[in-house]
Design a protein around this ligand. Sequence first.
Ligand code: SF4
Ligand code: SF4
Length: 174
Amino acid sequence: MIQKIAKQARQSISSFCYEECKAFCCRKCYLILKESEVDLVTQGRKKELIDKGMIKQMDDGRYSMYMGETGQPCPSLKDNKCKIHKSKNRPKTCSDFPIFIQGNKVMLSPRCLAVRQRKLYPYVAKMKQLGAQIMTAEEFTEYEFYKMDFEKDGRKNNILVPLHKKHDSKTSQR
Ligand code: SF4
Ligand code: SF4
């Protein structure tokens, strides 16, 4: 039920995302990608982006993709919308953002403008009524938030990490 409400909450901000926020989260962050996700997310430009330094492979084999330079958002972003939105292989982080759930813990990304403007409040209130423990920017610094381990069923989530972190294998794990 909490998952269902989170899905409704994400859907509720879709117009705001592309009309007002203009896909900030697809322009300013690091995204950790599995090998199986790189070609899809980069639109087949993996090699080119590695050469440009926008993508680096980490020690564990996954890739860290940097989005932060002007005019260099995620390669799958077009007209403020995600071109691979409907793909089942889209990174889980992208599908989940800005609401991450583990058990009854619900974490709202403090980087999201909609979260900051409390646009998700009605949904958050419903989740609370269902016993969800809400963790917000007030309770967690970004660093603590993103350091949290979302490991579930042996599968690690790939977390959009804050822009101020260094683009290297030690700091871009999550
Ligand atoms: S930062 Fe939040 S409001 Fe902005 S596009 Fe991303 S999910 Fe939408
Ligand atoms: S894959 Fe889509 S949702 Fe994820 S960062 Fe790129 S454009 Fe945004």
